[in-house]
Ligand binder design. Structure first.
Ligand code: NAP
Length: 302
């Protein structure tokens, strides 16, 4: 019997946190042959190099993890944010069409920050209303993909997610852990809620979407949470997990180092108050506390 050929997956932004998680996840399976390109290899705002890469590699799947994600940097340089987050994703779909890759599946990562209104939680079908340059640029990335893909036959998935963490890059979670261990106070915002999500588990969900051949469109992929949590609540949970994990050593971490703060005091650039995504289309991922507990136990030595 003829051996089944591996599907070729091309990842843009492969040097970033989620790009590395996707590369690890898919490289572990015999199904996929993974090619990861970082910004040093390819700039997604350069149409000609995108077209050449796609023409040469002939991928079956493209995953776009490339983005400018620093909210302050996006506000300072909205043109660059626009090029990377809005124009680049549309260029990828156009390059797929023009390189004759209409059967290639395209996965693009977007964000809960496309929502900025007063609703407490957001479904896939709700109308976005960003509050800053990052949110606007990501929203127009979604729109450009939809526009370029219309009528082309290209199956695309726009995956919105929130507050990612991973061992591949220190995030807010690691800052809290480090502050508690060094006995340093850390201010944590109480008036913004979202859902912390394991980038490792998100990469596994992306693979499931590819394998299940879900209907193309927008998906909300986050760890499970009923109403979202503030960074202060996440800090309290990190403290609980660290104290429970270090039970045998007798070491105790103190709540004293977690101090309450507000968006107004912490951020110069506007942040949405409640970018809490609800997943109404896919099976729920596990509870955020369970994933966070596993991350802390696996990566943080007490
Ligand atoms: N992190 C979060 O909490 C979060 C939450 C919700 C959604 N997301 C979304 O998830 C996706 C991945 O985020 P992440 O946390 O993995 O970000 P990340 O670690 O900053 O990775 C993004 C990567 O994109 C690369 N990049 C930037 N400009 C590029 C360009 N013009 N061409 C090619 N590559 C370029 C960056 O390279 P350099 O490092 O060399 O600049 C970086 O490696 C993004 O779409 C983001 O909007 C993230």
């Amino acid at each position: 019997m003829k051996k089944k050929q591996k599907k070729k997956v091309l990842i843009f932004g492969a040097g970033g946190m989620l790009g590395k998680e996707c590369k690890r996840q898919l490289s572990n399976s015999a199904m996929w042959y993974v090619i990861g390109l970082s910004e040093r290899d390819i700039d997604i705002t350069n149409y000609d190099s995108l077209f050449c890469a796609i023409k040469k590699i002939r991928p079956d799947v493209v995953i776009n993890c490339a983005a400018l994600i620093n909210i302050d940097d996006c506000e300072k340089d909205p043109l660059r944010a626009w090029m990377v987050n809005a124009i680049g994703p549309g260029y990828i779909v156009r390059a797929l069409k023009e390189a004759g890759r209409r059967r290639t599946v395209f996965v693009h990562i977007s964000t809960s920050d496309v929502f900025g209104g007063r609703k407490p939680r957001w479904k896939e079908k709700n109308i976005p209303s960003p509050v800053n340059a990052y949110g606007w640029s990501k929203l127009y990335g979604e729109k450009n993909i939809e526009h370029e893909a219309r009528g082309s036959g290209i199956r695309y998935y726009i995956i919105r997610t929130s507050w990612l963490y991973s061992e591949y890059r220190p995030t807010f979670i690691d800052l809290v852990i480090s502050a508690l261990r060094k006995k340093k106070q850390i201010p944590l915002v109480t008036d913004q809620r979202s859902v912390p999500t394991s980038a490792r588990e998100l990469a596994a969900e992306i693979e499931k979407i590819l394998l299940n051949r879900n209907k193309p469109g927008i998906y909300h992929v986050i760890n499970h949470s009923t109403g979202g949590v503030s960074k202060y609540q996440i800090g309290t949970e990190i403290l609980r997990i660290m104290n429970a994990s270090s039970h045998s050593s007798g070491r105790r971490f103190s709540r004293y180092y977690l101090t309450k703060s507000s968006k107004k005091d912490m951020f110069k650039v506007a942040r949405p108050a409640s970018p809490v995504l609800i997943n109404t289309k896919l099976p729920q991922m596990r509870d955020w506390r369970s994933s966070l507990g596993e991350y802390i136990r696996r990566h943080v030595k007490s």
